[in-house]
Design a protein around this ligand. Sequence first.
Ligand code: UT7
Length: 329
Amino acid sequence: MPKAKISALGCFVPPRVLTNDDLSQMVETNDAWIVDRTGIRERHIADLNIATSDMAVAAARETLKQRGIEANTLDAILLCTVTPDMLFPSTACLVQNQLGAGGAWGFDLVAACSGFLYGITVAAHLVSAGTHRKVLVIGADTMSRIIDYTDRATCILFGDGAGAFLIEPSESDQFGFIGQLNEIDGSGAPFLNMPAGGSRLPASAETVAQRQHYVKQEGQQVFKFAVRKMAELCEKMLRTHGLTASDIDLMIPHQANKRIIAATAERLGLPNEKVILNLDKYGNTTAATIPLATQDALATGKLKKGDLVLFCAVGAGYTAGVNLWRWAF
Ligand code: UT7
């Protein structure tokens, strides 16, 4: 079985920045509270003429450019998002068309903040099955379209962005996908969701008046689950592969809250320098945090060829996942 590797990466964030001070003009909050409780300082917000597919295409084009290949060589496009352009057709179809990826099939993958990890897990298996040679996984979310900017408990957390990995067969067994430990726990659905706009509660004047087309979150419930689950899955992954924290070169976690990340790292015994934290610049971009954090890790020289990388995430659903990869470039 060929081993799957990550061969290229590309990201996009919209240029407009929303700072904590900007938010303090909109709701009763302040920079000190937001930085202290979350670690976030600013986030990027897409202008109204930009939708998720536009950001996804920009990230995809950058990835193809990095690898020096044309879109028509792609075999599949997996688009991880909770903010598709529309319910159907899938955003993967819109992206495939805009890119001119004539040879690709694909689909949208809805797993919220764990979406990108689920996407690269699926891509790794498509490649190692020998049936696919180039799978593009894109995490893209325009969270600002589903955020209630009168709710201070959620509007401070989220931002917009997109990122992509290209997954291909590895020439060497040394580099690439090692393992996954992904889970869902649907008992968490009431604590983080967007109630209306689906078949349960279709759009109506009432759903709009009741602000039900926005993200609703019980922050403390999600926080407690995230801290427990992220550490539990990481520890299990290490045990399964006979590893200890000192074998891990870098942890690239989903960027939701610096306190969740710090608690996970502390429980694993990972020092700060082995943990990527960039949510100060982007906030929580849902499916895009992991590629954005990986791009920063590369740009700052923290991620190098041969590094053993632990990716981890928890999100709405609940969804949760851990992936272990040996970095290939
Ligand atoms: O990506 C996966 C999904 N999401 C997450 O991982 C998020 C998980 N949860 C969290 O990150 C945190 O729970 C939050 C950042 C959302 C909230 O932090 P917290 O430390 O759990 O605060 P809290 O909800 O317990 O609220 C503490 C206080 C409350 O005031 P009282 O009741 O103590 O008087 C809130 O009303 O802080 C107040 N508060 C705020 N104050 C200033 C809540 N939001 C704000 C705000 N500015 N933006």
